[in-house]
Design a protein around this ligand. Structure first.
Ligand code: NAD
Length: 361
């Protein structure tokens, strides 16, 4: 069977790591008809917008996409294209496995965590009011009236919506994933002691859903600051973490650090009947076009994609090939060498070549 998959190369290092992942996926022998569409800075030049309708239409049609990272300017310019894609397609669950691979240097061993991040709301919903704007002044006046608390007039405001619907939906996703993957424990991460209504609702929703899995999957919860310390001190005590959007974003990078860095952290954004696969890392602009960065995170995102397409044999063959190359430590990029200036490090495409050679069909 030939699968139709949308390919969004992204910008910065996106096109290089996407190409490496595409080549590795094709080398498994799985038949894929790629539909390449452009988003981000490249689309701005050609279409006058960063997220042309063509991109969303293509994913809606094909139901599966492989996506490279896309730049989001800090504090100015366009809003995140990455977040816009997740919203437009209601890809409500962000799944990010953090797994140790022998050969990758790290302070930790045998990490096997899965981050399940809520993708549709929270401070990431993009509802923001700029300092000094008339709407911001109105909002401040309204909040002061309703809450009897004062806000400095020169404030900017971001809104944090957390709903019962989205919280129960992500909690159920985490528990169902636990059952499917034979995992033992789901931990809800929150700050419900301070944000009693928003994070409180998230926690309450997780507790409610957990009732349906009593005796099958254990449920615990942890306050996000304490979770950071726990993950640094005893990460092996945890299994699946379910989190609201912003904490999920931050803890994902922490977990990438536990397994040896962003170069190997893979991910997927999953909705009801479609999914977009992308690495945890961003577009690392300073390395763009240098054939230098590690393609593993994108290739492992491709492994997740192959599993989603029910191509388990190909997924296994590709993951095993990646594991072997990482364990050998020879044909790997600079970030996986004991020293970053190691002259024996190879380029992005050369690492992909080495992985391709290892794939057993
Ligand atoms: P980043 O992940 O792009 O890079 C941070 C650092 O991590 C890099 O300088 C590099 O040292 C290392 N790194 C990242 N990917 C690597 C790889 N494949 N191999 C080796 N080392 C790697 O984070 P940033 O600098 O904070 O963000 C750059 C841009 O990417 C921003 O515009 C940001 O908004 C965007 N971003 C996009 C996504 C996405 O597309 N989903 C995710 C995160 C950040």
């Amino acid at each position: 069977m030939t699968h139709k998959v949308t390919l969004i190369p992204g910008d910065g290092i996106g096109p290089e790591v996407s190409l490496a992942a595409k080549r590795c996926i094709e080398a498994t022998g799985v038949k894929i008809e790629w539909e390449e569409v452009v988003a981000g800075e490249a689309a701005l030049k050609d279409y006058g917008e960063v997220l042309p309708k063509k991109v969303i239409d293509s994913v809606k049609k094909n139901k599966v996409a492989l996506k490279g990272p896309i730049i989001t300017p800090i504090g100015k310019g366009f809003r995140s294209v990455n977040v816009a894609i997740r919203h437009a397609l209601d890809l409500y669950a962000c799944l990010r496995p953090a797994k140790s691979y022998p050969g990758v240097k790290s302070q930790y061993k045998d990490i096997d965590l899965v981050i399940v991040r809520e993708n549709s709301e929270d401070l990431y919903a993009g509802i923001e009011f700029e300092n000094g704007q008339p709407q911001t002044k109105d909002l401040i006046a309204q909040i002061e009236k309703l809450s009897a608390k004062s806000i400095r007039p020169d404030s900017a405001i971001s809104i944090k919506p957390i709903s019962q619907f989205a919280s129960e939906r992500i909690a159920r996703f985490a528990f169902e994933y636990a059952l499917k993957e034979n995992r033992k424990k789901v931990t809800a991460v929150h700050k419900a002691n301070i944000m009693k209504f928003t994070d409180g609702l998230f926690l309450e929703s997780c507790r409610k859903v957990a009732q349906d899995y009593v005796g099958k999957v254990e449920f615990t919860d942890a306050i996000v600051d304490n979770m950071c310390m726990q993950l640094v001190q005893k990460p092996n005590d945890y299994d699946i973490l379910v989190l609201p959007n912003l904490y999920g974003d931050i803890i994902s990078d922490l977990c990438a650090g536990l397994i040896g860095g962003l170069g190997i952290a893979s991910g997927a954004n999953i909705g009801k009947d479609m999914a977009v696969f992308e690495a945890v890392h961003g577009s690392a602009p300073k390395y763009a076009g240098k054939n230098k960065v590690n393609p593993t995170a994108m290739i492992l995102s491709g492994v997740l994609m192959l599993r989603y397409l029910k191509e388990d044999k190909a997924a296994q063959a590709l993951e095993t090939a990646v594991k072997e190359i990482l364990a050998e430590g020879k044909s790997v990029t600079y970030d996986l060498k004991p020293r970053r200036d190691d002259p024996s490090s190879v380029g992005t495409q050369e690492m992909a070549d080495a992985i391709i050679k290892k794939i057993k069909k």
